[in-house]
Design a protein around this ligand. Sequence first.
Ligand code: SF4
Length: 471
Amino acid sequence: MNHTSDRFIDNSRAALANPVLQAALANLKRGFPINRAEVVADLPEFEELRNVARDIKDHTLDHLDVYLEIYERNVRASGGKVHWARNAKEARDTIMRICRDAGARTVTKGKSMVVEEIGLNEALDASEIRRVETDLGEYIIQLRDEPPSHIIVPAVHVTKEEIGDAFREAHEGLDPTRALSEPADITAEARTRLREAYFSAEVGITGANFLVAESGSSIIVTNEGNGDLTQTLARTHVVVASLEKIVPTMEDAFAILRLLARSSTGQEFSVYTSVSNGPKRSDDLDGPKAYHVVLVDNGRSSMLGTNQQDMLRCIQCAACINHCPVYSAVGGHAYGWIYPGPMGAVLTPSLTNIAASAHLPNASTFCGQCEQVCPMKIPLIKMMRHHRNSAHQQGHGGKVSKFALFFWSYFAGRPALYRTLTGIGVGVLAALAIGRGRLKSLPLVGGWTANRDLPAPEGGTFLTRYRRGER
Ligand code: SF4
């Protein structure tokens, strides 16, 4: 996927002017947050579970090397193989080699953000191997040749009509006038196409929501059951997971699972929670003949021990995205890489570089909603602030903010001058707004007042009111 985070502002302008996207984002805002609030209210121990989940992940990250080695030993003991990939290229090369060794002509894939991150789709598409996405949303964006715009609903930006058009174009040999306006028609047609792929695929690739050290298991959650078919029917199953997916025990995984679906879609539990352990054993009814796990670092180990380590607690539930006013205005493609919203504003600069993604930590009102709903208690605001600071220190903050910060620090360091100037400024703004109570436009902040009015100041500056005891 092309990295266009440096064009966040232009991407956002285009998104704001796209009425189809705006309607889709309005639906998203009305759906998941409301569902989440209901199921959370029904679970009195939700807050306590958040503390438990945070502690499990913190403990694991502090002993990541130990648990990864235990995990590898247990995968080997169950007949599987673990491959370590330091970066995206190593991960891609390893997976492509496994596919070729397995004689793959068709590969089925479950939804996995780390697979998007390492650019495996592009590598498969450039090869002789046919790639078939089995998650419905991923299948739709594959047909439209687009990246995902959300980490749990990748095709949230696509309308029913657009899906119908994509199906008509891609699914040859069917009546072009067939009904494709209802979700049931769309899913039935996708199901028929995907069945054929499940049975013909030599390799099935899935991600993992958790890797369990004590048993060498990988766990995926889906609502469509596509992950089970992907990992069970192909002769070779490849699990691709980033290092931080590890948890020590099955009990730990299930403690966090109690938060995952509630925080993401507002379900008590996802429809399918599937645990897989190595290849098919002699007394198993079905399963793959070969089982590989590709463990991807790609910048994560360098976050350990830094002010970005907390981000590795992320379980990719998307609660922060679903509650973010910026994401719900501009959608996922504006962020220019795999991870959108507040989690992307923290993760993208950490995994790529701040020079290319300096806009992202600024794409926040700092309203704090993301932190309030994050089941893993990740201090997203503080971490975005760290990135803002790094961007500024490294000269990527933009000329306007540099100029503004320079002036602010100059005056803030001279309290008497600061008080005088802010007093004059407040007086001028109040005079300009006389009779209206609001200012419709102002020089220097035209972009801000283009979409909203500025309320007129009332009663003087903060400092004068504070001195008067107005608290
Ligand atoms: S940062 Fe928190 S809320 Fe956002 S996706 Fe990760 S775990 Fe979920």
